[in-house]
Design a protein around this ligand. Structure first.
Ligand code: SF4
Length: 112
């Protein structure tokens, strides 16, 4: 005798869809797919200007941002939401946009 749960094809299909969606979310696939389509943050963006964002950390004027250190970049920031291999990725500071992995802003917070 089988249980009603395992023999109900609708429930089984629903569980397969949920499991598939959970697996995709766990792998970050939807997020990466969206990241590729996000507009890039530019230095002229108002928030970028307020935070001294540059898409190239090597161009950050240390005289203006003494906290900036060589080697600090978005891909090493805890607010960067892209994969380590992504050239561009979402950032919690710039919702709906992506920042360059080699960028930097004054909100830089090193990954632990
Ligand atoms: Fe880059 Fe971090 Fe600034 Fe976002 S918060 S722009 S990831 S340095």
């Amino acid at each position: 005798m089988s249980s009603a749960r395992s023999s109900n094809p609708h429930r089984r299909h629903f569980l397969q869809v949920v499991a598939g969606a959970f697996t995709m979310a766990s792998l970050g696939l939807p997020r990466r797919g969206r990241a590729a389509d996000l507009p890039h943050v530019t230095e002229s963006d108002a928030t970028a200007q307020a935070l001294g964002y540059s898409s190239d950390t090597r161009k950050v004027p240390t005289s203006k941002y003494p906290k900036h250190q060589p080697g600090q970049q978005c891909s090493k920031c805890s607010l960067f939401q892209g994969a380590s291999s992504d050239e561009w990725g979402p950032c919690a500071i710039f919702p709906g946009k992506s920042v360059h992995a080699s960028g930097w802003c004054s909100a830089f917070t090193p990954k632990q």
